[in-house]
Write a protein that binds this ligand. Structure first.
Ligand code: AQP
Length: 332
């Protein structure tokens, strides 16, 4: 099934969990593209609060996290006049289609998801069924909007492939119902690694404060974290992610923020100190205007934008939900 008629703008959908502070990986891997794509696509962006519940949370934590992250997204430059911007749980069709997707995703394919394996391995005991079926809900999020393009970081590649597979299976089983989406992964910044553990991706839900650059970090904190970033002992500035993951991560970050090339940048440095100083300066220049805009936004404005966004999202999602229910043979 195709979504848009020729000549119209492609439908884009993406989401972010309110599961902690927004970090540099989220920004370079996904959010930067969200902002640029709202200008030339039909973009739908969502705070995926139901996904955040897949790991244990304190009462009230998700609501506050949702408001906080929505404020940050507006400060980054999301413009509700140019995109549909809302909260997942405000549009009930997500949970409803999520169930239908669980009936067409197989146990075997969900078991192969590396994010489930990583997060369940890190869990201190309780592993929710929702953590396991998370990609089925994510498939629903995407398919509800007849999405063609999903801008995400490299860590989400496998989940988007699963969304394609379940859409194709549903269409084969019940007739042409869903548009088949594609991922859009940036060339630079697709996988930002933890500064202290450069073999792991930077992540909201991993406790590594010194390895994670948050967009709301103060300039001194950024300087300190970059200065202490793990490198290696040979002192050679070379872009080689397998052999020199720490240095290569710093070069990749600098390249992504300055629109450069990591290998070319490597040639400009003889020592780690000046490289780290330039990375810190580039990051501070990146976050300062975001932090200034954030200070202008209050919760009432954010809530009002989200309420309007939910109405607009429902207008797109409800007919797709109806189409899916009819296709799979429910009594409507
Ligand atoms: N380290 C990263 N490098 C590049 N892109 C990244 N993304 C996440 N980490 C990196 C991208 O950010 C978007 C939003 O992520 P998410 O909230 O859906 O959760 P995630 O992918 O699971 O990322 P986190 O930060 O690790 O969150 P938690 O720990 O809560 O799960 C996605 O497009 C993702 O690709």
């Amino acid at each position: 099934m195709t979504s848009t008629t020729p000549g119209t703008r492609p439908r884009v959908f993406s989401g972010i969990q309110p599961s902690g502070a927004v970090h540099l990986g989220n920004y370079l891997g996904a959010l930067r593209n969200w902002v640029s794509m709202q200008h030339d696509t039909d973009a739908v962006y969502c705070v995926v609060d139901l996904h955040a519940l897949t790991l244990p949370k304190e009462p009230g934590e998700v609501a506050q996290g949702t408001l906080d992250i929505a404020r940050i997204l507006l400060a980054l430059g999301l413009d509700p006049q140019r995109c549909v911007f809302f909260v997942q749980s405000h549009v009930h069709e997500h949970a409803e289609l999520g169930w239908l997707m669980q009936t067409v995703a197989s146990y075997g394919e969900l078991s192969r998801m590396t994010q489930f394996k990583d997060k369940s391995a890190r869990s201190s005991g309780f592993i929710s069924a929702g953590l396991f079926t998370y990609p089925a809900l994510q498939a629903a999020d995407i398919l509800l909007y007849d999405t063609e393009v999903v801008p995400v970081g490299d860590d989400q590649r496998q989940h988007i492939e699963l969304a394609r597979d379940v859409a194709l299976r549903f269409n084969a089983r019940y007739g042409d119902t869903f548009v088949i989406p594609e991922h859009r992964i940036p060339v630079a910044g697709a996988r930002v690694m933890d500064l202290q553990h450069p073999e792991n991706k930077m992540s909201k839900s991993v406790d590594s404060p010194q390895g994670t650059i948050n967009l709301l970090d103060a300039p001194q904190e950024i300087e300190k974290k970059v200065k202490r970033a793990v490198t290696d002992n040979d002192g050679e500035v070379r872009y080689d992610p397998a052999d020199k993951p720490g240095v290569s991560n710093l070069l990749s970050i600098l390249a992504a923020v300055t629109d450069g090339d990591p290998e070319q940048l490597a040639g400009q440095y003889q020592q780690y100190g000046p490289l780290k100083a330039d990375v810190a300066a580039a990051l501070i220049a990146l976050v300062e205007p975001i932090q200034a805009r954030l200070a202008q936004l209050d919760d009432a404005t954010v809530r009002a934008e989200l309420a309007l966004g939910a109405e607009r999202a429902t207008a797109i999602a409800a007919p797709v939900m109806d189409r899916a229910k009819r296709a799979c043979g429910l009594l409507v």
